[in-house]
Ligand binder design. Structure first.
Ligand SMILES: Cc1cc2nc3c(=O)[nH]c(=O)nc-3n(C[C@H](O)[C@H](O)[C@H](O)COP(=O)(O)O)c2cc1C
Length: 353
């Protein structure tokens, strides 16, 4: 049976070498994408993102993502990144909804300017040696814009397109528009990666069934459950699905803590705990009825951090199959798996057509 390839979504302050190494130990995706390099007149490629590219010790392709608006500076930065690293290609961010980014007409705001997108891609194509890909949303204000975006994408010299199935306005808080992703799969002759609210095996299978995308891109769901890529592969191969326990989850947090410390320029306890909190928002979802998340948010020291983690993690209980659908961190995944015949529990997942 055909099977999609898997990528880990680019995520600021998350998609770093430390996180990738921890993911790799648990199977990992087939492709990684860096957090974005900010590109403007005075920019030089950020050292810490270059380090993630250069110091990776696993043999999987990594794409370097850039965010910016001026073709000239994007070209300059793409050339620099390629000279300084072995990246497999360059990806352009057309989806970031942050007001600071959109206020500078970059990220998701680029979707309002088809001519500029064309100019950027055409300027980059001759200088990008590997793959040149775009990561988009289904529109800025409304998914009704997607048809004309598709016309634009179909005429561009790109090698792939990742689609986060929400509009820029919807940020992360809505259902995922799978119909538009399916249209892109149907109409474009390049690989399309479907992205948005894949958090479990059933949601991955639903996304695949609804879109038939060549790839599935996963972000927050993989922070919460780093075994997710392997679980989805097991489902596609009709193999028994590995169910992590809360003891596995504790080892994951320990591993992440150590990797982040080992890849930091210098270990400072309070800063380190703050960095871990970014991950813990997602990791704690679905565990301890909200108490775990609330307690982790209040910790200030490593001792307090581990006291809370040891109280909520560890033991042979299984990691809950789903995160909490709270609208802020995780939403839209219940709707994604509706009407497909894939049940909410991993155990009920089988391999139909
Ligand atoms: C903390 C965080 C940081 C993100 N940073 C980026 C980024 O640097 N570049 C990008 O294209 N998308 C970024 N995204 C969007 C994700 O790549 C992805 O499209 C989105 O989270 C939906 O996928 P998911 O539901 O699997 O998380 C970010 C998302 C989150 C939650």
């Amino acid at each position: 049976m055909a099977e999609p390839i898997f990528s880990l979504a680019p995520m600021q302050a998350i998609s770093t070498l430390a996180f990738w190494r921890v993911m790799e130990k648990r199977g990992g995706p087939d492709v990684y994408i860096t957090e974005y390099f900010r590109v403007h007149v005075h920019s030089t490629p950020e050292r810490k993102i270059l380090a993630s590219l250069n110091e990776s010790d696993f043999a999987k392709p990594i794409l370097a993502q850039m965010i910016g608006t001026e073709p000239e500076y994007l070209v300059r930065t793409a050339q620099q990144i390629q000279q300084m690293t072995d990246c497999a290609g360059i990806d352009i961010n057309l989806g970031c909804p942050s007001p600071r980014v959109c206020g500078r007409a970059a990220g998701g705001a680029l979707l309002k300017s088809a001519d500029l997108i064309r100019e950027i891609v055409e300027s980059l194509r001759p200088v990008v040696a590997g793959t040149l890909t775009l990561k988009t949303r289904v529109g800025f204000e409304s998914e009704a814009e997607f048809e004309s975006l598709l016309d634009l994408f179909s005429g561009l010299p790109i090698d792939g397109l990742a689609i986060h199935g929400r509009t820029v306005r919807e940020k992360y808080q809505s259902e995922v528009h799978t119909r538009e992703i399916a249209m892109a799969v149907e109409q474009l002759d390049i690989p399309v990666h479907a992205n948005g609210s894949i958090v479990t095996v059933p949601t991955a299978r639903s996304m695949y069934q609804k879109t038939r995308a060549a790839g599935l891109m996963i972000g927050r769901g993989a922070i919460r459950n780093p075994w997710l890529f392997d679980q989805i592969r097991q489902s596609f191969h009709n193999e028994e699905i590995y169910h992590p326990t809360l003891a596995d989850h504790l080892r994951y947090v320990e591993d992440l803590y150590e990797e982040i410390a080992s890849t930091s320029w210098q270990y400072e306890e309070v800063k380190h705990v703050q960095r871990m909190k970014k991950f813990m928002n997602y990791i704690a979802s679905g565990i301890g009825g909200g108490e775990f998340s609330a307690e982790i948010r209040r910790v200030q020291s490593a001792n307090q951090f581990w006291e809370v983690c040891h109280r909520h993690l560890g033991g042979s209980e299984p990691l809950p199959e789903e995160p909490t659908a709270d609208g802020k961190l995780f939403c839209g995944f219940k709707e994604l798996q509706d009407q497909t015949g894939y049940g909410p529990e991993l155990n009920r997942v089988q391999c139909p057509t």
